[in-house]
Design a binder for this molecule. Structure first.
Ligand code: 2BA
Length: 109
């Protein structure tokens, strides 16, 4: 079994959870904040049997879209601005940032 930690955009969250449940996966949603943009995103915890990993990833890939976002010279995290004043930079956020952790045990008590 693996624990999938998937950081996704808020826009994709409801659809991803709905599809996960329809396909027989269990998921827990945490409301999180990206460290760079300081904007809300969602983190899903999904416990998956090894033989179902591929179908779990296929769902994430299908639903989570990458989107571009324009950033002005406002400094993220209150640090050094990433562009010169008056210029904009375009960044691509997502589809999903996925961590895959081995699970030593799983119990429902
Ligand atoms: P944020 O940290 O808010 O980052 C949003 C997007 O900003 C990132 O999209 C990336 O395109 C850009 N970005 C992040 N750090 C940057 C930097 N130092 N310089 C320039 N651009 C930067 P994604 O890479 O798709 O990440 C989306 C969200 O996934 C992140 O939101 C963060 O919440 C999470 N994430 C990404 N990589 C992570 C990691 N290695 N560990 C933990 N969380 C991660």
């Amino acid at each position: 079994m693996k624990l999938i930690i998937a950081i996704i955009q808020d826009e994709d969250t409801n659809r991803l959870i709905k599809t996960m449940l329809q396909e027989g996966f269990s998921a827990t949603k945490l409301s999180t904040t990206g460290g760079f943009l300081r904007a809300g995103n969602s983190t899903l915890l999904i416990g998956v049997e090894d033989e179902r990993l591929d179908s779990c990833f296929a769902i994430i890939e299908k639903i989570c879209k990458s989107r571009t976002q324009k950033l002005s010279s406002i400094a993220p995290m209150g640090g050094v601005p990433i562009t010169s004043i008056g210029t904009e930079v375009e960044i691509t956020v997502g589809g999903a940032t996925v961590f895959i952790l081995p699970v030593e045990g799983f119990k429902k008590i």
